[in-house]
Ligand binder design. Sequence first.
Ligand SMILES: NC(=O)c1ccc[n+]([C@@H]2O[C@H](COP(=O)([O-])OP(=O)(O)OC[C@H]3O[C@@H](n4cnc5c(N)ncnc54)[C@H](OP(=O)(O)O)[C@@H]3O)[C@@H](O)[C@H]2O)c1
Length: 315
Amino acid sequence: MPPIPSEGPVVILGAGGPTGLHLARLMIDRGRRVRVVGRSEDKLLRVFTGLGVEPFVADLTDPTAAAEAMRDHPLAFDCVGTPMDALEDHPKTARAIADAAGRTGARVVHVSSSWSYLPVRARDLPLNETHPRQRGPKPARLRREAEDILQEAGACITHLPDFYGPGVHASTAQKALREGLDRRRIGWIGPRHCPRPYAYLPDAMRIVADLSAHSEAYGQRWLIPGNGDLTGRDIAWLCERNIGLAVAVQTFGRATLTVAAPFDRTLRGFLPLVPHYMRPLSFDTSKLEGLLGPQRLTPHEQAVKATLTWLAEQR
Ligand SMILES: NC(=O)c1ccc[n+]([C@@H]2O[C@H](COP(=O)([O-])OP(=O)(O)OC[C@H]3O[C@@H](n4cnc5c(N)ncnc54)[C@H](OP(=O)(O)O)[C@@H]3O)[C@@H](O)[C@H]2O)c1
């Protein structure tokens, strides 16, 4: 494998989402030239206005298009995200990107979730990278398939907890914060006192960017630390502290969500994951800290304040 290029251009694949945007800013701040790849030029131009990046249109399910996008870019971040009802695209883009990495010699960092480790039971906590990767619901199996294709090709696989922050459009925590701000009532899947890790996206992407500079990170999987575990009640309380008004938590169980699912395609795709969101989760991130050292993370209170400010500006 070639050494990790500490300078030179970086390509962000599937760049039009929040992880791509945060990474692009970080890489520009670190003096790198950045190419951003997506299927819609309009969207790339809109998202990256004024940042001085190179937009590049490609469908990353196509290995030839992926290789063109990655050519002459020794470091690639794979930030591709799909709607919940198109998760089959993850193994397709993974296969194309792995093939393109082989053709171009690019190093790849894959941005993923922790779903590939499901099912995770209370006795398995805190979750670490040695947890068995078998069975689980369909979304977990598709993400695992994509990760395994890329890891086999030498990529660095990063597992982010659910995240929130400026620019985030779809996540359990971001949805709750938006509802807290707009309606003073958050809809929450599972018990209101069930703790799970949540990451503030600017911190999570800084860690992913730092990881990308270490040759030991490649061919390996890494759990990315959240900024602390939160419950639905905690998120409501953090909203209350910021807006100065009471915020209620309305909990939903599987039965209610099953009734609602036929009318909501995102919920329909998410339904197999619901039982896993009803249980606590925690990450053991000692592997990452062994490589990068202890991480300084923004306290949730400060991170939620910044996120609510951003959400209010979007109204
Ligand atoms: N939300 C969370 O809490 C969370 C937590 C952990 C991990 N993750 C995962 O982290 C990853 C990045 O998240 P994100 O929110 O930044 O992603 P995102 O906004 O869902 O998607 C990023 C971009 O991927 C592009 N894309 C999709 N299919 C493509 C294709 N075939 N060719 C080229 N581009 C394609 C889309 O652009 P176009 O449609 O314009 O091409 C989209 O803008 C995702 O896999 C997500 O599931 C999310």
